[in-house]
Design a protein around this ligand. Structure first.
Ligand code: HAM
Length: 431
């Protein structure tokens, strides 16, 4: 028999990890809702030219990392390597800018695909949670977006969160900067990698995020974009920084931060979580002036970010924030004897109908083994009854944490459970 293994760079999600993923996702969605964002979904595959045009033809993502294939109708499709281009496409295609109040505030979560070398915090299929705020241009919205990113991490329990920010300016600033970069790199470019040699003419900004060690060394002394910002862009960046300071966001300006996608203009940012292991940036984002225009829509700006969920979970677990992720069970039923076991099915269904999560053993067994199963399931209460007790309509309800036990009336199960069971939610409220 052949054996099968998952594709390199992908993962199976189950057990505790699946619980943590669910919990983290719920927190992120709740935070986005607090900031007036609404859910948004786009297809997992798009036409290849959307990413070429939207994300940037000469980026690593588009040149080297896309899962592109021809479908049976001969169309070139690509599994999305990022969300922003797809969300912008959906806004243009559905003319949401004409029918919704602006800005459109969308949040999304789902799998992405990049053909990268798998490593710590790096997968070929990974998950992003992200937001896009599209249609209005203001320094406040830039700052608010970064605030949401930082607050979301804080709300999840992270305390040492530092944002790196930079400004890539608008077209005029970037044109001047591009010239300066070409002048700087030209004398070195022969020693640099093939990509850099090609990109110096097509997209010199990309030389700044080349991953080749020797090239990185050369890029270190390149001119800073901040020296080439025109007045308007400089003022905008100052205003964003002032808002961030007012909002108490801890940030550091890193003039070398350029991000790996072409649509950015103005504010860009990245956040890493300090810890024992370096998973790389947990989150990246920024402002874009004309992505919608590039895709055939009106020239409307946007700002957004995306969190790498697997990297987030790795740091979350390293910091021990995942302890309460498993909700456990409210009640584990423990029928002792044949009649009790048969009656347990009805009681199980009744307990669940009353809103308590419940389970019972699949086969009759010893009380000891039931307690072990209950413990593994994280049950808070055991409902124990034998054949005789069942006839009398009674059972023992045992609080498995406090080890206290009381007798309850099975003929009025609904009220008995309501009176005596403290569910997880109530428990949290008391804390
Ligand atoms: P990005 O920086 O390419 O930005 O990706 C955002 C985050 O996704 C990264 O910071 C990282 O945590 C995670 N990530 C990226 N690649 C991988 C991988 N191979 N394995 C695991 N995690 C990964 C974007 O995608 C932009 N669309 C963000 C954005 C939204 N900008 C504006 N709006």
């Amino acid at each position: 028999m052949p054996t099968y293994q998952k594709v390199k760079g992908t993962m199976d999600v189950f057990g505790h990890y699946a619980r943590v993923k669910e919990k983290v996702s719920n927190v992120l969605k709740a935070m986005a809702e607090l900031y007036a964002y609404s859910p948004f979904e786009t297809p997992m595959m798009e036409s290849t030219d959307l990413f070429q045009r939207g994300s940037g033809e000469t980026t690593d993502i588009v040149e080297k990392q896309m899962y592109t294939f021809l479908d049976k109708g001969g169309r070139s499709l690509t599994l999305r390597p990022e969300y922003t281009a797809g969300v912008a496409r959906a806004i243009v295609e559905n003319k949401l800018y004409a029918t919704s109040d602006l800005p459109i505030k969308a949040y999304y979560e789902g799998p992405l695909f990049r053909y990268e070398r798998p490593g710590l915090g790096r997968y070929r299929q990974f998950t992003q949670f992200g937001v896009e705020c599209v249609g209005e241009d203001s320094a406040w919205l830039d700052a608010e977006t970064l605030l949401l990113a930082v607050e979301s991490l804080y709300f999840l329990g992270f305390r040492k969160v530092k944002a790196k920010i930079n400004s890539l300016g608008g077209k005029a600033s970037r044109d001047a900067y591009r010239k300066a970069l070409v002048e700087y790199f030209r004398p070195h470019v022969d020693k640099m990698c093939q990509d850099c040699q090609r990109r110096i003419d097509t997209n010199p900004l990309r030389l700044l995020d080349c991953k080749v060690p020797g090239d990185k060394e050369i890029a270190k002394d390149a001119p800073s974009i901040l020296d080439y910002l025109v007045d308007e862009d400089r003022e905008r960046f100052e205003k964003v920084k002032a808002y961030l300071t007012m909002l108490g966001v801890d940030f550091e300006v890193d003039s070398g931060l350029v991000r790996g996608l072409d649509y950015y203009s103005g504010l860009v940012f990245e956040i890493s979580i300090a810890g024992e292991k370096d998973y790389g940036a947990v989150l990246g984002g920024g402002h874009y002036d004309d992505l919608l225009g590039e895709l055939g829509g009106p020239s409307l700006p946007g700002v957004g970010f995306a969190i790498g969920i697997e990297r987030l979970i790795a740091s979350y677990c390293d910091e021990g924030l995942d302890k309460d992720a498993d909700p456990g069970l409210d009640v584990y039923l423990m029928p002792i004897g044949k009649e009790a076991f048969d009656a347990a099915f009805t009681l199980l269904v009744e307990t669940r109908l009353n809103g308590y999560s419940a389970e019972m053993p699949a086969k009759e067994g010893k009380l000891n083994s039931y307690f072990k199963k209950a413990e593994r399931a994280g049950a808070r209460y055991a409902l124990i009854f034998g054949d005789e007790e069942l006839k009398a309509g009674k059972a023992q309800l045992k609080d498995l944490n406090k080890k206290e036990q009381i007798e309850i009336d099975l003929t009025d199960l609904e009220h008995e459970l309501e009176k005596h069971i403290e569910t997880e939610g109530e428990h949290d409220d008391h804390e």
